[in-house]
Design a protein around this ligand. Sequence first.
Ligand code: UD1
Length: 420
Amino acid sequence: MEKLVVRGKRKISGVIKISGSKNATLPILAASILNKNKIEINRVPIVKDVLTMVELLKHIGSNIKLDFKKKRILIHNKNRILKTTAPYNLLKTMRAGVIILGPLLSRFKKAKVSLPGGCAIGSRPVDIHLFVLKKLGAKIKIKNGYIIAKTTKGLIGKKIKLPSVSVGATENAIIAASYAKGTTYLSNCACEPEIKDLTNFLKKMGIKINWIGERKIKISGKQNLKSVNHKVMFDRIESGTFIIAGALIGNKLKISGIEPKILKKEISILKKMGVKIKVNKSDLIIFKSNKIKPAYIKTEPYPGFPTDLQAQIMVLMTKANGVSKIKENIFEKRFMHVPELNRMGAKIKIFGDTSFIYGPQQLNGAEVMATDLRASVSLVLAGLSAGDKTIVNRVYHLDRGYEKLETKLRNCKANIFRKN
Ligand code: UD1
């Protein structure tokens, strides 16, 4: 099994170019199911979850080609009838696969998609996904671990208020409503920038979509869609991860290919913690930070601080002069990295949904185990700032969402290698 070997305490400097967003690419690929005409998607991140989604689309019969070098996906499904079943073996490693439920159901009037099941960070229910699809007219039952959905007349637009904010359920609803008859009004939507990227993609295909409030959207469904060419937005979480790496051990580290205004919350918290950041139009520079101040953060849906950066900022908090606090509001089991960070010399205590980080602590290298995607990268960050050698096991978690992480870091003088 592959592992990462990190030797810490090396200053990193240079330029890191950010990849396309994984969390925008996945729903965009799901939305491709609606269109028979040519689709070209650029700046696709070559990460495991995207490859799994491509496999899933191939499995249902989509004519999809991924050019690894150009990071481009071409899809053309003229006259193709797609299969409407998404099996367990393709969804078990990537829970986001459930977003193909809405488009399959909307276009083919039936879909059978494996229930995603639990994962290290929590139970990952799909009740909100099913709630919106039922409101749009679907009949849904759960049998043998599968969601079986059908509609005799096709989905029909409606006014729907989501019971609570969910990224995946908002995406499923938006894509399904885009092909439904009539107009749908969705309220209490998630408004992550990746969802805006999805709605931009759908607009280019000819669907009338308007954000009519921060969490409100109006969609007029359409069945004959145009060819589309789209460049995926930058990866917000990859950017935040490298900004934190810069704060930990950077000495003039530039993060390029981003829109800093989308990272407003993260930048303002890091600045308050004493991190020196110069923000430009499409990049930012992190300078050597001497004194890190403690902070209190709570994870929230966008525009709040993202749960996907919680584990990474916790590593920075181990360096702060005082006690920091993190309240995790999104997932119930998202402190799995804490025992591993404590093994490396951190002093972190968990009380329910809140962690207290007692700093400053000098971290020491250790052999550690990754438990999920963002937890694994936090261990890499800890390793980069630790005294000696750190071995991060189970890096397959990391490969689900980070494109060439160790190459990007090595290009900036970090000492990090992959071993079998
Ligand atoms: C997406 C992101 C993930 C990020 C998360 C929160 C993708 C591919 N993944 O995941 O990286 O961590 O948003 O920003 O974009 N919930 C329910 N019922 C549902 C759906 C969700 O109770 O039907 C709960 C979840 O258990 C969780 C919360 O709602 O507690 C938020 O989950 P959600 O926003 O749906 O996350 P994902 O779309 O799974």
